[in-house]
Design a protein around this ligand. Structure first.
Ligand code: UTP
Length: 617
């Protein structure tokens, strides 16, 4: 039955009312809801019927989509928005009523006995896991024109972040299922995309045959955006370039929980006997170096939630992990954003706020947003919440009166807020890893990175790449290789340590014990050197390297290198100007390029045993 529009002028006003006959009953219901929610301004410029009718229908298609993709619909979104905007205007700390304290967690030192035990336990258990990459972010701070996961994680091999992640998961899969003689159970990878990243992520995977994963092993799930708000009353914002479109922005990586819940994948994973879900972010080339040991911590401590963390300087701009105890006695271990932690400490009997202790770091470790959840308790929790996560709003006000915004805002949510709704009985812990080993995200563009105070990490493409070489150099050092110390250089106005450019494929050195087994004898590598090892079964027993050496071996080739001396002009690091448009963007944002002056290639194409003994080249 068609809607009765006899009272429409009364509720729909001068502009919308004459257009109502164009709409279906469902669309009229949505129109009524918008007006009731104080959104009549959306129709202020609507012309009379017959003019731009297609745009009007498209407007309601978008409203229907926004309504269906938010739990409770647009009404719930607007109600939540008004409440959060009022709290924000009043300067309310979302954790008021809670007292922060330092929680218990596991602190790992790379390479020691405990670290290797956890790594072993983690590798064994990896076959029962599933990985989830959140990659729907706009990446505004980096400002790269493509998707971030397509960027080279370093430019010696030019392997992209996505390639590195997938190759590492495949290496874990093989190692966990006991090598190539055993039946290998594929470890699933979900990538959460958004309209901003979906097509390019899909294309990157297709062009590269999923980097070796099976077609149904990697699944893309797209998150939807949410409506933008232009004032404290929760007025929906129209797109500045199209008055028939509501402006939308990403809702944050917290969407990953509802997206996973709605996908039905969690129950499928449970039927496949999976036990763990590991969440990670888009541009941290070091992230998998701490994964096996951290998964081992989850297993051996039986944690429902394990957040990976690094030491953090007081007030450093990353969230701190804290235990929060409420006046009513309830407790949670949770990430508290750095700008909330300091005032919370000050208002709860710590007048100095967040300060460094004798270790030189804040006692509250820094959350790096790699999370490991126990699947069984995750499924139970999502059955209650359907994946909804506590939201927040972060408007940029024009002035201290906090009455108008510089630009439209929207509600957001973060995946690390998941423990906020967990019962107190849940086992929520964390694992602290050394920063050099586990955390070097690429988030900032060259200009902003150059402004980061000296001594603080610039989190740029420059620092992200140099961190890979440093981590690999330090790992080899711990395995007994003499590695010449770094030079301090400046690229894109950022001072960085330049270590030998050492890179290996994940299958060669997934864990520290793998590396230790494969490097023996007297080995030394000079600072100017490049060393790339790409092959599973390559052992080095004695090496003097002063130049560039690439060792590449096909699967099943067993390569044993003994007493090898390599000396050549190596690959040189040449500064480039970040503003020089003749240089590809992916290079420009690093401020340097690598130039071949001399190298030695050792290529092993046959799947058989090869020995190289006592050779100088
Ligand atoms: P970031 O905090 O780096 O945000 O996200 P961003 O949106 O990518 O970059 P900026 O803030 O605009 O500079 C951390 C991780 O969360 C993902 C990102 O892709 C990244 O892996 N993310 C972020 C989503 O998946 N969805 C979102 O809505 C936001």
């Amino acid at each position: 039955m068609a809607s009765d529009l006899s009272d429409s002028e009364h509720w729909a006003g001068e502009y919308l009312s004459p257009n109502l006959p164009l709409l279906s009953d469902t669309q009229i219901k949505l129109a009524r809801m918008l007006v009731q929610e104080g959104q009549i301004h959306l129709f202020e410029n609507w012309p009379k019927p017959g003019v731009r009718d297609a745009d009007k229908l498209r407007f309601f298609e978008q409203v229907a989509k926004l309504d269906i993709s938010y739990p409770g619909g647009l009404t719930a979104y607007l109600q939540n928005a008004r409440k959060l905007l009022a709290d924000s205007k009043a300067g309310k700390n979302p954790f008021s009523g809670y007292v922060p304290s330092v929680p218990d967690g596991v602190k790992l030192v790379h390479g020691d006995e405990k670290f290797m035990q956890y790594e072993e336990a983690g590798v064994k258990e990896a076959q029962y896991s599933a990985f989830v990459l959140v990659a729907g972010g706009l990446g505004e701070r980096l400002g790269y024109s493509g998707i971030k996961v397509a960027l080279p994680s370093e430019t010696t091999t030019e392997n992209s972040f996505l390639q590195l992640y997938i190759k590492t998961i495949l290496a874990l899969q093989d190692a966990s299922s006991g090598g190539q003689n055993q039946a290998v159970k594929p470890i699933p990878l979900v990538i959460m995309t958004s309209d901003d990243t979906h097509k390019k992520t899909d294309q990157l995977l297709k062009e590269n045959n999923n980097f070796g994963m099976l077609p149904d092993q990697v699944v893309l799930l797209k998150q939807e955006k949410v409506a933008c708000l232009s004032d404290n009353n929760g007025s929906l914002a129209l797109d500045p370039s199209n008055s028939f479109l509501i402006q939308t922005k990403p809702h944050g990586h917290g969407d990953v929980h509802s997206v996973l819940y709605n996908s039905g994948l969690l129950t499928r994973w449970q039927h496949e006997s999976r036990k763990w879900v590991l969440f990670f972010q888009d541009t941290n080339a070091l992230l998998f170096k701490g994964v096996p040991a951290s998964l081992g911590v989850s297993v051996l401590k039986d944690l429902d939630v394990n957040s990976l963390a690094v030491n953090r300087k007081a007030k450093e701009a990353i969230g701190g992990i804290a235990r929060l105890t409420h006046e009513n006695g309830s407790e949670m271990v949770i990430n508290v954003e750095y700008n909330q932690l300091d005032p919370l400490l000050r208002s709860t009997g710590h007048p100095e706020g967040d300060i460094n202790i004798e270790t030189g770091f804040s006692p509250f470790p820094g959350n790096i947003n790699q999370l490991i959840f126990k699947l069984s308790s995750y499924i139970k929790e999502l059955a209650k919440t359907h994946g909804a996560i506590v939201e927040f709003v972060n408007p940029k006000y024009k002035d201290a009166s906090k009455t108008s915004f510089k630009s439209s805002t929207r509600l957001e949510c973060m995946m690390q807020d998941y423990p906020r709704t967990l019962p107190t009985s849940a086992k929520v812990g964390f694992t602290v890893l050394e920063t050099w080993l586990a955390y070097a995200p690429v988030k900032n563009n060259p200009e902003d990175a150059a402004k980061v105070p000296r001594g603080n990490p610039p989190h740029s493409a420059t620092s992200g790449e140099m961190a890979v070489y440093k981590a690999n150099s330090l790992i080899l050092r711990k395995a007994g290789v003499l590695i010449e110390g770094p030079k301090i250089e400046s690229y894109n106005d950022q001072e960085v340590e330049v270590w030998p450019r050492i890179v290996w494929s994940p299958k060669w050195g997934l864990t520290f014990s793998d590396v230790k087994k494969k490097v023996k004898g007297h080995c030394q590598i000079s600072q100017k050197s490049t060393l790339v090892i790409d092959g599973e079964d390559v052992t080095i027993d004695g090496l003097a390297l002063d130049g560039a050496l690439f060792i590449r071996a096909v699967a099943c080739a067993k390569v044993n290198i003994q007493s090898l001396h390599v000396s050549n002009d190596a690959w040189k690091i040449i500064p480039v100007d970040s503003a020089d448009n003749s240089v590809p963007e992916k290079i420009r944002i690093r401020g340097f390029k690598l130039e071949l002056h001399g190298q030695q290639l050792l290529l092993f194409h046959q799947p058989r045993q090869c020995n190289i003994t006592n050779v100088s080249m």
